[in-house]
Design a protein around this ligand. Structure first.
Ligand code: BGC
Length: 896
């Protein structure tokens, strides 16, 4: 491992040195923290929810408001995150649960395919259905907030440990998936949480790394899917562990106040990642609204908020309007989703405990307090298994199918080889906590990654068991040794099996996960892009003796497949991602042709790690920077110098070798494209009216009485349980929190603007959730016809690529568009189901945002005057049709 890390560093060095460096033009605007108001958004469901929230918050005392903002402490209540409630008004605290593949730490739930599989479906329908099913399951357990979906990491580095929780390193695809998932979840009465905001692109140093990024890359790449999330009405956003341009994400006034709340007009609440909050005032003034898990701060409150926030408000270091805004945002998100779920007129009780499988347990486990029935074992799975299987099958990407070996047509015999095909040796797919152990040791087949993004399997259909069942019912001779003796290291045994079968199906996987666990020497991020557990050698050995070798990969992203792609005996390669509980059944559907493969790779497969152009920041090549927060440890600085050139955008520059491109995937059928038509909207000009004017002043609800502090201590008869976090002061005698409430400084350390509640100018690009409504106006409607010329029904995924800087129609992928724009980026896709000989028309809509760049000087989206084109094809490299985009109304192209 050490060798590959060092090698990577050496290989990357010249790349980093020659990469365009963007000017450090990031504006550090961001005070005061924007107060939400219905006037800065146009979505009527937010407006109604805001009114309800204001009515609710107007009745609250200071400590009741603080109670909504602060977690009660790790394991202090039954969920992974719990806020205080308002018992006086019968409002129980909120329950927050991971996410995103199913309800974590419970039972009788489903395990859905991972985000990366959902990305691979390129299907809005399946994205939405999965969101709805997830929402229904969280709702059924009494959860208020689902901690997902994920668009950060976006997937800058292919080794990133948590990329599989998200959808794709392409922001357009990720943005569509975010929006559909969020709409689905929230339609069932559960607040979705778009996480991790933002630039938490790797697990190494996630709690300290300082990401340096320019404003344009931020807008055009990493922010894009979060903008879609906000536009879709997401109720909450989780700020991440890392720093951005010197400041922690959870107190970063640029990313949170300026970009998210002001420019994107986010009306909901920002919740910290677990223990990602570092100060009382910095976080409050920097735009955080909810602190989780609540007890990660210093004494005397053991919380940065809770009593410390009450003190800070009483001392006027945090203005009352800021606290009121936190409470309104939290309650508005809550009321918005309750209203959205028409069928739900009540708020279900929490009916499980994340901390025990038993029915009896503590209501407050961290203090062993209040023994009660905590698990009711409510079955929330409904008929979701069918959807899990459908997404599993439709996310499988067929990378290679030489001589049309697939679909298999009743071969006399098949051998199933590899520990990744097997049932878990112990019989229990949940044997490893948070799935954090290698498959050979206890896990069997890989169908999810490890870390907090997991859920307990209700069952797991392994490929071996599904293939056995299929073979038995179809008279196919089947060999698969018992899992206990099926070691990837016993190559002679594998060769024996393979030699005697007409088709050898060999399985290999790679694990990735969250950095709090180290699996086989990998601390969350993968150490390399190799297959785990001798997978590469196993495939080589099997293919050495069987000409009909089918390779199945369960990986969180790319692995190095160049060798198998070139091996003539490897007839087929399928990437099945992390498919969830129906893994084996989904695979059988594709192998035997019940489902014609239609998944498309949501990332690029390169020849070597170095081809990706970026790598993990690891110990031996992290530039250690200055120490902005005066911590004892030096801060690792990670400069995103490649700008927008990640994944296929990078490969378009011709500087990396591709095996399978982004968007690639084969079918059992073939499709012909024709008749590209571009229609410009004559009523929509190229330039849109910027937002303007002023906000209202910050509203406050109720009056904070200072003087008599006994109001802010617990009622006389109240018995505190320790270590539960309360909103009360420790003493009515005076303030006890450290400077500014626990080492957080005092408000004089912030610009005066930070506490200024007067009316503020409205940003040009703002005006509605997701940004200025003009960004989403359709400028062009593009149509093409697609015909199924194969012999079987199939689904084609046409992809629209629209270059920012066009050169000529003859432009090809090996020549880069030049300047600092990618050659062309994904700006549309669809799923077109076609019977043999059938033709259908596909329609794409290009919005103003789709053809704009972020202008860092004007701080607005603008369509540049460079001539632009549009391409339609079956992936970003396989373009079948192209046309000019006429200049938008009121604009003229500069040609050449
Ligand atoms: C993860 C989050 C997760 C939280 C609660 C953190 O370590 O980064 O994604 O939601 O824990 O489990």
């Amino acid at each position: 491992m050490a060798v590959s890390t060092t090698l990577l560093a050496i290989l990357l060095l010249p790349i980093l040195l020659t990469t365009t460096t963007h000017a450090a033009d990031t504006p550090f605007l961001g005070f005061p923290s924007p107060w939400t108001s219905p006037s800065n958004n146009s979505d009527s469901s937010w407006a109604a929810a805001y009114a309800q929230a204001v009515a609710f918050v107007a009745n609250l005392t200071l400590t009741e408001k603080v109670n909504l903002t602060t977690g009660t402490g790790w394991q202090a209540d039954r969920c992974v995150g719990n806020t205080g409630g308002v018992p006086r008004l019968g409002f129980r605290g909120m329950c927050l649960m991971d996410g995103p593949v199913g309800v974590r730490y419970t039972d009788h739930n489903s395990v859905f395919p991972a985000g990366i599989n959902v990305g691979a479906t390129f299907s809005r329908r399946l994205m939405r259905l999965r969101g709805e099913a997830l929402g229904a399951e969280f709702r059924g357990k009494g959860v208020d907030v689902m901690l997902g979906p994920v668009a950060g990491p976006l997937g800058r580095v292919p080794q990133g440990g948590r990329n599989w929780e998200g959808f794709s390193p392409d922001p357009y695809l990720a943005g569509v998936a975010m929006a559909e998932t969020i709409r689905g979840i929230q339609s069932r009465g559960v607040v979705a949480c778009a996480k991790h905001y933002i630039l938490n692109e790797q697990e190494h140093y996630r709690g300290s790394v300082d990401v340096r990024i320019d404003d344009r890359t931020m807008h055009e790449l990493y922010l894009w899917p979060f903008a879609d999330a906000v536009r879709a009405g997401v109720g909450s956003v989780m700020c991440s562990y890392n720093r951005i341009n010197g400041t922690y994400a959870c107190e970063n006034e640029w990313t949170t106040n300026h970009v998210l709340k002001n420019e994107l007009g986010f009306p909901g609440f920002v919740v910290s990642d677990w223990a990602a909050q570092h100060t009382t005032l910095g976080s409050a003034l920097g735009g955080l609204d909810m602190a989780m898990p609540g007890d990660s701060g210093p004494l005397p409150y053991r919380s940065w908020w809770g009593g410390a926030l009450t003190e800070a408000v009483l001392k006027e270091e945090v203005p009352q309007w800021r606290l009121d805004d936190m409470a309104v945002r939290i309650m508005a998100a809550h009321f918005k989703v309750r209203a959205a779920a028409d069928n739900y007129t009540f708020r279900p009780d929490i009916n499980f405990s994340a901390w025990t499988n038993q029915s009896l347990g503590y209501l407050h486990p961290s203090s062993n307090n209040s023994l009660a029935t905590v698990n009711e074992f409510v079955n929330v799975q409904s008929n979701h298994a069918a959807l899990v299987r459908e997404i599993g099958a439709k996310s499988i990407v067929l990378l290679k199918n030489a001589a049309s070996l697939l679909p298999l047509r009743s071969p006399p015999s098949i051998a199933v080889i590899g520990s990744d095909a097997q049932d878990p040796p112990s019989g229990n797919p949940n044997a490893c906590p948070d799935r954090g152990c290698p498959q050979g040791i206890g896990m069997g087949t890989t169908a999810m990654g490890y870390g907090s993004g997991t859920a307990e399997y209700p069952y797991l259909i392994s490929p071996a068991s599904a293939l056995r069942a299929y073979a038995v019912s179809h008279n196919i001779s089947f060999t698969n040794p018992p899992s206990s003796s099926n070691s990837n290291w016993d190559l002679p045994a594998a060769v024996d099996l393979a030699r005697n079968a007409s088709v050898a199906i060999v399985f290999a996987s790679a694990l990735a996960g969250e950095g709090y666990m180290t699996v086989d020497g990998n601390a969350g991020d993968r150490n390399n892009l190799s297959l785990w557990e001798n997978g590469g050698a196993l495939i080589r050995a099997v293919a050495g003796v069987n000409r009909n070798t089918v390779v199945v990969l369960h990986t969180p992203g790319p692995v190095l497949v160049k060798e198998m792609e070139g091996n003539p005996n490897v007839s087929a390669i399928l990437w099945a991602g992390y498919p969830g509980q129906e893994s084996g059944n989904a695979l059988v559907d594709v192998l035997f042709g019940a489902v014609n493969p239609r998944g498309r790779s949501p990332f690029t497969w390169a020849e070597t790690e170095a081809d990706y152009g970026v790598g993990l920041a690891l110990m031996d090549h992290v530039p250690v920077g200055e120490d902005p927060n005066n911590e004892r440890r030096p801060t690792p600085v990670q400069r995103f110098e490649e700008g927008v050139f990640v994944d296929y955008r990078w490969f378009q520059t011709g500087r990396g070798r591709v095996v399978y491109p982004f968007g690639y995937g084969l079918s059992y059928s073939k499709f012909r494209y024709a008749d590209l038509r571009v229609v410009r909207r004559e009523d929509v000009p190229g330039k849109y009216p910027p937002a303007g004017g002023m906000t209202g002043p910050a509203p406050t609800y109720g009056v904070v009485e200072r003087g008599d502090l006994t109001k802010y201590t617990p009622p006389a008869a109240f018995e505190r349980i320790s270590p539960y976090v309360y909103p009360w002061l420790n003493s009515s005698e005076g303030f006890v929190a450290g400077g500014g409430g626990g080492g957080g400084g005092n408000s004089s350390q912030f610009p005066a603007a930070a506490t200024n509640g007067s009316a503020q100018p409205v940003l040009l690009a703002s005006g509605a959730p997701g940004g200025n409504l003009g960004l989403y106006e359709v400028l062009y409607t593009i149509t093409a016809s697609i015909k199924n010329e194969g012999e079987v029904a199939g689904t084609e995924i046409p992809q629209l690529v629209s270059p920012r800087i066009a050169r000529s129609h003859a432009d090809n992928m090996s020549s880069w568009g030049g300047e600092d724009n990618p050659w062309g980026v994904l700006r549309g896709f669809d799923e077109v189901e076609l019977e043999p000989e059938e033709t259908k028309t596909v329609t794409f809509e290009l919005t103003r945002r789709d053809v704009s760049n972020w202008n860092t000087t004007t701080q607005n989206w603008e369509i540049t005057d460079r001539e632009k084109f549009v391409f339609v094809g079956s992936n970003v490299r396989d373009i079948h049709l192209n046309a000019s985009l006429p200049a938008p109304v009121g604009m003229k192209w500069r040609i050449g």
